[in-house]
Design a protein around this ligand. Sequence first.
Ligand SMILES: Nc1ncnc2c1ncn2[C@@H]1O[C@H](COP(=O)(O)OP(=O)(O)OP(=O)(O)O)[C@@H](O)[C@H]1O
Length: 360
Amino acid sequence: MVYAEAFSRPLSRNEVVGLIFRLIIFDAVTYFTIKWMVDAIDPTRKQKVEAQKQAEKLMKEIGMKNVKLSEYEMSIAAYLVDPLNMHVTWSDITGLDDVITDLKDTVILPIKKKHLFENSRRLQPPKGVLLYGPPGCGKTLIAKDTAKEAGYRFINLQPSTLTNTWYGESQKLAADIFSLAVKLQPSIIFFLFYFVLLLYFNSDHEAIAMMKAQFMSLWDRLDTDHSCQAIVMGAANRPQDLDSAIMSRMPTRFHINQPALKQREAILKLILKNENVDRHVDLLEVAQETDGFSGSDLKEMCQDVALLCVREYVHSTSEESHDEDEIWPVQQQDLHRAIEKMKKSKVAAFQYVLTHVCLD
Ligand SMILES: Nc1ncnc2c1ncn2[C@@H]1O[C@H](COP(=O)(O)OP(=O)(O)OP(=O)(O)O)[C@@H](O)[C@H]1O
C-alpha cells in the first residue's frame, strides 16, 4: 500500500538519482558476490593465480609488460620461453643429423630468409610441423632448438592447460592460445599430442567438439595469414592416433626414431662427457646392452650411475674425509648394474600400463 502510493506520483529528480544509485550498488554487490563464489569453488583458481604471476614475470623479462593479456592468455603465457633465455643448442642432440638438416632446410631457412619467399605463394614457412616417434627420443629438444635458432618465442603448451578447464571455458581458451601466439609473435606454440590431450580431442562431448571446431578455424586463420609469424609445432608418439583434421594442418612432418646402436653410443658419449668415467669403459658395449633404450632412458640410466658412485663413496668413507675429487670414476660394472635396474623398471612400468590403463 505504502509502495503503491509512493509510485503513483511522479518521482522527484533526487529520488530518481537515489534509485539509480541503489540499483548500481545492488548490481555491483551481486556481480562481485557471484564472482567471489565462482572463484571460491573453482578448483583451478590457485593454479591460475600462480600462472598469472609467472606470466607477468616472463612478459616483463621479454620487455612486453605493457601488453594486456586475458586470464587464459596468462595461464598459457606461464609456459613461455624466450629464445634468448634458452640454454639449448643443436650440440645437445646427437644421432639425428639427417632430421636436423632437413628441419633446418624446411622450417628454419624460410623463416630466416623470409624476404626470399615473400613474393612466392607456394613457398612460405610452414605453419604446422609435426615431430613424431617414440617417447624420450628428442622431440621436445628439437622443437626448442628450432625456436632458438629461428629466434621465435617458445610457448610450451601443457596438456593440463587445455584439459583442466571448466565446462564452457575451453572455447575461450582455444581462442586465447592463438591470440597469444599472435601477440607474442614471432612464436612457436608447442603441443604434446599425448595420451591426455588425445583422449580430450577425440572425445565426442559437445563442448569439446565445439572447442575443437573453433580451434581448427583459428589455426586455419593463422595458416592463411602470411604476415603472421606464428607456427604450431606438435609432438606425437603415434601419429595414427591423431585426428585427420589435426594431421592435415601439420603437413611438414619429421620422424624421430628410437636411437640405433651407433646413435646410442653417441648419446652416451654426450651425456657422460663431463663425468668422471674410467678410461677402460667401453661405451659401444654399453650401447649394445641398451637395445630399445630411448635417449631419455640413457640419460636417466647415467644419472643413476652417477648417484650410485656418490652413494658408494659416501657409505665407504667417513664424513670428515669426504672430498668430491675422490669419488671414484664410473666403471663398466656400474653401468651394467644401472642398465639391469633400468630394464627391470621398464618391464614393471609396462606391466603397470597393461593392467591399470589398458584393462580399465
Ligand atoms: N638424440 C638425443 N641426443 C641427446 N640427448 C637426447 C636425445 N634424445 C633424447 N635425449 C635426452 O632425453 C631427454 C628427453 O628428450 P625429449 O624430452 O626431447 O624427448 P621427447 O621425444 O620429447 O620425449 P616425450 O615423447 O616423452 O615427450 C632430453 O632432455 C635429452 O637429455
